[in-house]
Design a protein around this ligand. Structure first.
Ligand SMILES: C[S@@+](CC[C@H](N)C(=O)[O-])C[C@H]1O[C@@H](n2cnc3c(N)ncnc32)[C@H](O)[C@@H]1O
Length: 322
């Protein structure tokens, strides 16, 4: 059991989530233990960054390509805000703008959203699961199109802390980021289930898609986005792919749709195939590590540093039968 003092530092109140999804009450203890230095050595630093955010009132919110919060702030408040947000490096998903501070994230996540959104069943009043949600950027975009509730699941604690920073101002009980792996959350069904950028990181990708199916309401929609290869055969990279160690298999487009079909989904459609460019994924002052340009072959940007085809991503949608 965590000590009592721990709870005084436990900042997220998950009660409204448990009211919306009573089956997840059982997660309370594992969630409490996520917010600790035992889980990540930098937790206390991140938590003080969130606590150091200045108190500011939001006058206007735009959940558009750049998720923007507007309101009055003095120069010194803006300096404090920017310093606290920078302590939550690396900002991989975005962009955001808070009181004039522009967070230019590694990814132009708005580009991915623009590719996905035309193919979604209307999200109005829907309950949505976003597996591997990062800092919850897409959840804000889902609220823009009137989703009722978005639950993001992502085990990387820093992304949950970034979400806390944004939500310190938005105070939303509609967009959640839960710092647990998908495999650890009890099955509850959602109207739309997203898994974007996750399946090729799974050693058992088909099991991942089967699990997505169990979380999908009959009649509900799956949105599966993945790296793909445009060849007949899927690619099983060696030690690394585009300098990433944890890429186990990059499916061909045919294999990706087969995973979706064998899970039980119908009306399957490949709605987008797009090469990822260094304009979409790159280092910025808010993500100072190497990014896609450094992961491409120096003499041939159509190949990765290891000589594999450069990243191409596909979006597949499917429906669970009624
Ligand atoms: C490439 S990022 C994709 C983020 C976002 N969905 C997007 O499309 O931009 C993969 C994300 O999956 C998360 N992830 C890795 N293993 C996971 C798991 N077992 N359950 C849920 N999320 C996971 C990572 O922490 C990371 O944020």
């Amino acid at each position: 059991m965590p000590e009592l003092g721990f709870f005084s530092r436990f900042t997220v109140n998950f009660s409204p989530l448990y009211e919306a999804i009573p089956e997840w009450h059982t997660l309370d203890e594992s969630l409490a233990t996520c917010f600790s230095s035992a889980r990540h050595g930098d937790y206390e630093r991140w938590q003080s960054a969130v606590q150091d955010l200045p108190d500011l009132n939001v006058d206007k919110v735009k959940l558009s390509d750049t998720v923007t919060l507007e309101g009055a702030a003095t120069f010194s408040q803006i300096t404090e805000l920017e310093a606290a947000l920078r302590k939550l490096h690396p900002w991989r998903k975005g962009p955001f703008e808070l009181f004039g501070v522009k967070i230019d994230s590694e990814w132009r996540s708005d580009w991915k959203w623009q590719r996905v959104v035309p193919h979604l069943d209307a999200l109005t009043d829907r309950r949505i699961l976003d597996v591997g949600c990062g800092n919850g950027y897409f959840g804000w975009r889902m609220l823009e199109v009137h989703a009722r509730l978005v639950v993001g699941v992502d085990p990387t604690l820093i992304f949950c802390m970034q979400h806390q920073a944004i939500n310190r101002y938005l105070k939303s009980v509609q967009n959640w980021v839960i710092p647990l792996p998908f495999e650890q959350v009890p099955v509850v069904q959602f109207d739309t289930v997203f898994s974007m950028g996750v399946v090729y990181h799974r050693r058992e990708p088909q099991q991942h898609v089967h699990r997505l199916y169990t979380f999908t309401q009959p009649g509900g929609q799956l949105v599966l986005e993945s790296l793909v290869v445009e060849t007949k055969e899927s690619l099983v990279p060696g030690d690394r792919y585009a300098r990433m160690r944890n890429v186990w298999v990059i499916p061909s487009i045919t294999e990706l749709t087969q995973w979706v079909s064998s899970a039980g989904y119908v009306d399957i459609d490949v709605v987008d195939v797009t090469a990822t460019t260094p304009d979409e994924q790159r280092s910025t002052p808010w993500m100072r590590f190497d990014s896609l340009p450094e992961a491409l072959h120096p003499d041939n940007p159509l190949h990765t540093a290891e000589g594999y085809p450069a990243p191409v991503r596909a979006v597949v949608v499917g429906r669970k039968p009624e």
